[in-house]
Design a protein around this ligand. Structure first.
Ligand SMILES: Nc1ncnc2c1ncn2[C@@H]1O[C@H](COP(=O)(O)OP(=O)(O)OP(=O)(O)O)[C@@H](O)[C@H]1O
Ligand SMILES: [Mg+2]
Length: 460
């Protein structure tokens, strides 16, 4: 973002000058202030993309300033400059919406990298907002994201929604395929007409045909009257064929005909009926592979693969994890009437580094369970202890089960959790201690102390 505006608040003139030097006057427009009062005046009378602020100032604190900023112009990204003894305050301040903090004395490239990242986040947020506005519909607001990958998907939704085009949504289980399908429908001219979901994966094969096509009285034993099928229910609206990879071959042929002719014949019926439907299909299977194997019709594949949307797994868009986690925390803590307000930095790092084989659905379940387990106002690593072991996360059914889980987790030693956490961070960062510590939001000395405590060294 060339020409971005930055405000520096620090009472130490050396810090102000060195920040200016490091960031470069030719790249940014920089203003500075030596006290909260002057900074406030500058802040209110002009526009800044980024504010860098010290914590202790002669006429107030950086935290006070941060709170005002987040109240008045919440899009401004704030980076805290911390000195010895104020790091824990800075960590707390992240809760009030600070982007990050740097410790004095900082390396020049550390500061400029941080500023660049904060600017990127700002641009991304604005871009997301613009895209969401372009597709005003109700459903798009349900898709929470902060990643460029999802931004691309918003753009695709905006492009395809107004058309009648068939859409194929692919992605692993739990990535949000149904959410995207709904967003397309509710942003299309068909939004006031039905959105009919056919789950080809869970309807037994024998039933699927009659469910889809409906039947006439006497079509088979038990058909005591006429019944409309789901395809007709979707008339003038959208038919969502979920898990289309599970559709048996003989039905694939029949569906292909519906797609080509826009007409169908109910079981036992003589007359064909015209239908006006838009089709969205979804699958977590590799349809192309299935075509090669012969378990999916090639002609049907080409018929539905007109506008493909691929949703990447959560582990390939980790920027989405914190915003999704916050979203679910807010949603479920109010639903469950629990006062859990946020995550400790270590807990958030665990979430960000997990592999998420079950994607967003797994994250949603993990947060629900963590809210139940949390003893305080914040989710701590111990509330997420089940993350590393369980594949299937289950929400406890009742208080008894909850108690049992809590007991089990307490028994599992905190030490083991901590040790694994440190090891994972190190492995992911090629055993570079500084980077590993940073990646989990810890200070190097603290991180190193834990390594020593658990006798972790390179030759393990
Ligand atoms: N970006 C997102 N923002 C908010 N919630 C999301 C997002 N992505 C997924 N979810 C939530 O995660 C859960 C799973 O999403 P959805 O059912 O759309 O996934 P799916 O890809 O259809 O999964 P499956 O293959 O298991 O059917 C839902 O509760 C959905 O609301
Ligand atoms: Mg689904």
């Amino acid at each position: 973002m060339p020409g971005a505006r930055i405000l520096i608040l620090d009472d130490d003139p050396i810090v102000r000058t060195s920040c200016r030097k490091v960031l470069g006057e030719e790249r940014y427009q920089i203003e500075d202030a030596d006290g909260v009062e002057k900074a406030l005046e500058l802040f209110r009378n002009s526009h800044f993309d980024i504010v860098l602020t010290d914590l202790k100032l002669p006429d107030g604190t950086g935290i006070d300033f941060l709170r005002i900023i987040k109240e008045e112009k919440p899009d401004t990204e704030v980076i805290l400059i911390t000195g010895y003894g104020t790091v824990s305050t800075a960590v707390q301040a992240m809760k009030f919406g600070a982007y990050d903090y740097v410790e004095k004395p900082f390396r020049p490239e550390e500061l400029s990298l941080l500023v660049e990242r904060a600017l990127e986040r700002r641009v991304l947020r604005e871009e997301n907002r613009r895209l969401k506005k372009a597709i005003e519909g109700h459903y798009i607001k349900n898709i929470v994201s902060a990643s460029p990958a999802m931004e691309k998907i918003f753009r695709m939704i905006a492009t395809v929604a107004p058309t009648n085009s068939t859409v194929l949504i692919t992605g692993e289980s739990g990535t949000g395929k149904e959410l995207v399908a709904k967003a397309i429908h509710y942003n299309s001219p068909r939004r006031d007409k039905p959105f009919v979901v056919v789950d080809c994966g869970s309807i037994p094969t024998e039933l699927l045909e009659s469910e889809l096509f409906g039947y006439r009285k006497g079509a088979f034993t038990g058909a005591t009257g006429d019944r409309k099928g789901l395809i007709e229910e979707a008339d003038s609206g959208t038919l969502f064929l979920d898990e289309i990879g599970n559709m048996p071959l003989h039905l694939q042929a029949k569906i292909l005909r519906v797609l080509q002719e826009r007409e169908l014949r109910p079981l036992g019926g003589k007359k064909v009926r015209k239908v006006d439907i838009r089709v969205i299909a979804a699958t977590n299977a590799d349809l192309q592979g299935m075509v090669r194997e012969g378990s999916f019709r090639e002609d049907l594949y080409y018929r539905i693969n007109i506008f493909p949307i691929h949703i990447p797994p959560l582990r390939e868009r980790r920027e989405d994890i914190p915003v999704l986690a916050d979203h679910f925390l807010r949603k479920y803590s109010s639903e469950m009437e629990r006062e859990v307000e946020g995550f400790s930095i270590e807990a958030m790092s665990m979430l960000v580094h997990h592999r998420w084989p079950g994607n967003v659905r797994e994250l949603e379940n993990v947060i629900q369970r963590a809210i139940l387990l949390a003893e305080g106002r914040r989710i701590e690593p111990s509330d997420l202890a089940f993350l590393s072991t369980d594949r299937e996360i289950r929400i406890p059914r009742d208080v008894e089960e909850l108690k049992m889980i809590k007991r089990k987790i307490r028994e599992q030693s905190v030490a083991e959790i901590e040790k694994n956490f440190i090891l994972a961070a190190l492995t992911e960062n090629d055993w570079n201690v500084t980077r590993a510590a940073r990646s989990v939001g810890m200070l190097r000395p603290n991180f190193h102390a834990l390594m020593k405590k658990y006798s972790i060294s390179r030759r393990q």
